[in-house]
Design a protein around this ligand. Structure first.
Ligand SMILES: [Cu+2]
Length: 72
């Protein structure tokens, strides 16, 4: 398992949180998604053999929340 922390400046409310959690959870291999609205950060845990950080970043952009990796 691999854990990455992302920063996405467009996160502002619970709607954003739900959109991101639902969208990222839908990626095969992702086991958990946590959104911190205040910090505008997302922590994603995934199986590195089934998913890639790039896949998560692409899905974030697709959902309307372009993100960058800050840790992991
Ligand atoms: Cu929002």
């Amino acid at each position: 398992m691999r854990s990455v922390e992302l920063s996405a400046m467009d996160i502002s409310c619970n709607h954003c949180k739900n959109t991101i959690e639902n969208g990222i959870t839908g990626i095969a291999g992702v086991s958990s998604v946590e959104v911190d609205i205040e910090a505008k950060r997302v922590t994603v845990v995934f199986d590195e053999y089934r998913a890639k950080t790039d896949t998560v970043l692409a899905e974030m952009a697709e959902l309307g929340y372009p993100a960058e990796v800050i840790a992991g």
